[in-house]
Write a protein that binds this ligand. Structure first.
Ligand code: 16G
Ligand code: ZN
Length: 532
């Protein structure tokens, strides 16, 4: 078979460093960029097989998100724009680690196991972030696709969520939108201007937002989006990549973990509404400083609360009986869960960390709002829910209030990127909600008060000895660890703590929250000692 000869020939140009073993984890492959060339070539091969198997276009995104500039990574995107199905993650790992001379055999094994028809056409979309290593690495992906006879389309510099969006648009034959970056801007900006019509007399101050682009792709793309928003929004983009280093002392991960302003590149006044993207623009957090200079963070939990409150109010006004739920992880602040369950009375579900777990859980409801505390999240509408909203919007026999609510719901659906968390789309939705509700960032922040919390990481010889259950909230091994944590937690008020092995770093993560920052810090410290 000519293709396999070509694979052999080409794979010699993308050699695997001897002894290197990597695993396709929660966010695909991620490590130092200089170790990834062979991985990229092989993911081009795998994406081609996946495309033949699903008879659909598959996406490949070259990025290491919020990791340092020196790292890179890759993940595959399945036909509806979702993460690669778990059963294929094992194939990715096998292909990545197989020796050069066994590569064709490994490919043939996958083809046989999956009964792939090799005469089927294959289409792969490829995108990359702004890392200096991304160009040659995405070329290696394209080489892999070509070697197996697949067709590829190189989108060049795009955000991760834009890539997910393109794949979904293509496979739904345009039903979700047009599979171009321009089409993405048009769909979202049109929805935004429709929503903004319902906000009365916005002042320039209300239209202004400071955006920390983490010196990454999000900075470029949010500026392109701004030019489609006409005078509906005024953005000041900081950390736009013109000077600073990607993710260095800035960006959503830095702000969330350090609980502080970006240390680099941002000039803001007390009370200004600001947000930070991460390096590939699939996460967003908001914040401001008060007149005392104190920092206030509005993370994924606050975002989920704002969005689900807005949706619930609209459903009531529209008279639509749709089941809405919020999906969180163990990292969700206890105050947010308490507020959602007891005040808002929505269903709250907790899943393991990692977008795919939240995404799947959210699919079980008419409307599933999912957010990780770190700012990754979106809203999913079931087909049935979208249909009901559509029908109501077209119904001429309803009163003005119901009509308006249906119109707002319709445009909310259009502004959201349902394929994956999307900083730009989330930002537009949040801005629209604040504008419609006439709410300041301080009023949004005051919906509930976060419990003080602390995250620590602990280096251990083998993090896999820790196994967890109950959505990672309890440790089952090693024996005695959970009992020790329970005893420590009892010493503090409103306290909660858990430990879990990281899926992206060789560390164990510790989370603690309590009634005061001192208590949260002390509890996190004590629990980290119990992990040793
Ligand atoms: C990955 C996940 C993110 C999760 C994080 C946890 C995706 C696309 N990304 O970045 O959702 O919060 O891992 O990292 O699933 P950790 O396991 O190191 O704590
Ligand atoms: Zn990211």
């Amino acid at each position: 078979m000519a293709h396999f000869e070509e694979v052999c020939k080409q794979s010699d140009l993308h050699p695997k460093p001897a002894g290197l073993v990597l695993q396709y984890g929660t966010a695909g492959f991620r490590t130092s960029a200089n170790k990834l060339d062979h991985i990229m070539f092989r993911m081009g091969l795998l994406a081609t097989l996946r495309s033949k198997k699903t008879k659909a276009t598959i996406g490949v995104m070259v990025t290491a998100s919020h990791n340092p500039e020196e790292d890179n990574g890759v993940k595959l995107i399945d036909p509806m724009g979702e993460m690669l199905t778990s059963s294929w993650e094992d194939y990715a790992t096998q292909l990545a680690n197989t020796d050069q001379n066994e590569l064709v055999k490994t490919l043939k094994d996958i083809i046989e196991k999956e009964a792939i028809d090799m005469s089927q056409e294959a289409n792969v979309y490829v995108g990359k972030d702004t890392r200096s290593s991304s160009s040659s690495l995405s070329q290696a992906v394209l080489d892999g696709v070509k070697a197996l006879g697949g067709h590829s389309k190189d989108y060049g510099l795009v955000t991760t969520p834009q890539m997910h969006y393109m794949v979904c648009c293509q496979n739904t034959r345009g039903k979700y939108g047009e599979a171009t970056v321009e089409g993405y801007y048009c769909k979202l900006s049109q929805a935004f201007s429709q929503l903004a019509k319902n906000a009365s007399n916005r002042t320039d101050d209300q239209k202004h937002l400071s955006v920390d682009g983490a010196n990454g792709i999000g900075a470029i793309k949010v500026r392109e989006m701004e030019s489609h928003l006409k005078n509906h929004m005024q953005l000041s983009v900081f950390n736009d990549g013109s000077r600073g280093k990607l993710n260095h002392q800035c960006g959503a991960d830095f702000v969330k973990v350090q609980q502080t302003l970006p240390r680099a590149g941002i000039k803001i006044n007390p009370g200004d509404r600001c947000c930070s993207f991460d390096g590939d623009a699939d996460r967003i957090v908001y914040y401001y400083t008060d007149s005392q200079g104190d920092f206030h963070l509005l993370d994924g939990d606050k975002i989920a609360t704002l969005i689900s409150t807005f949706l619930k109010e609209l459903l009531n006004e529209a008279g639509l009986d749709l089941k809405i739920a919020v999906v969180q992880t163990a990292y969700a602040n206890g105050s947010s869960t308490h507020y959602l369950e007891n005040t808002m009375k929505v269903i709250v579900k907790c899943t393991k960390t990692g977008v795919k777990h939240l995404h799947h859980a959210a699919q079980e409801f008419d409307i599933g709002v999912y957010f990780e505390a770190n700012g990754h999240g979106t809203v999913l509408f079931s087909d049935g829910a979208e249909e009901k909203i559509q029908q109501l919007a077209n119904d001429t026999n309803i009163n003005d209030e119901r009509k308006k609510a249906a119109f707002l719901l319709q445009n909310t659906i259009n502004i959201i990127n349902q394929t994956v968390g999307d900083a730009i789309s989330d930002m537009l939705l949040i801005e629209a909600i604040l504008a419609i509700k006439g709410m300041t960032v301080q009023q949004w922040d005051a919906i509930y008060s976060d419990l003080p919390n602390r995250q620590l990481k602990v280096k251990v010889s083998d993090r896999r000895v820790i196994d967890t259950t109950d959505s990672e909230r309890r440790a089952v091994t090693p024996a005695g660890l959970q009992e020790a944590i329970d005893d420590l937690v009892k010493k503090y008020e409103k306290a909660r703590s858990f430990v879990r092995p990281s899926g992206t770093e060789d560390v164990v993560r510790v989370y603690a929250e309590a009634d005061t920052q001192e208590s949260a810090d002390a509890l996190a410290h004590e629990v980290s000692l119990a992990v040793y």
